[in-house]
Design a protein around this ligand. Sequence first.
Ligand SMILES: [Zn+2]
Length: 148
Amino acid sequence: MFRTGNIPWNKGKIGSCLGEKNGMFGKKHKKDTIEKMRKSKRIETKQKMSVSRREGKYFDERNPAWVGGNIQYWHDKARKLFGKKYCEVCGISNYLSLKVNNKKLEMHNCLNPKNYKQMDAKVWMTVCLACHSILETNGGKTRERTFG
Ligand SMILES: [Zn+2]
């Protein structure tokens, strides 16, 4: 008789409950992290900082992705060997990247899990800040930890 697709009386109530559960931010970030986030404008910087803070100490030996310890070292080495003067995804030049992002082009390791020690042209890409973020998050899952 009254099946007219009316919204149940308690729908608003359920909705608001779900909304409260959606508190990702409060859960994830500690006070000092938020402070650092406010200071750093770029997500990328935030990720690198949290990586070294959270993972550097505990995962160097145990996590295969972090074998080799000094990731920066391997990135630098890869840059010397395979670094290009432009982003291999969008084509932005190193010069422009510095101007726009205030950051030179980065070396992206295509392997998953990462193996920074593999000095092979086909596993390293030169990318700009923006394309690097996309490459690292486009794997379906959030892979903040393997940023590189
Ligand atoms: Zn790019």
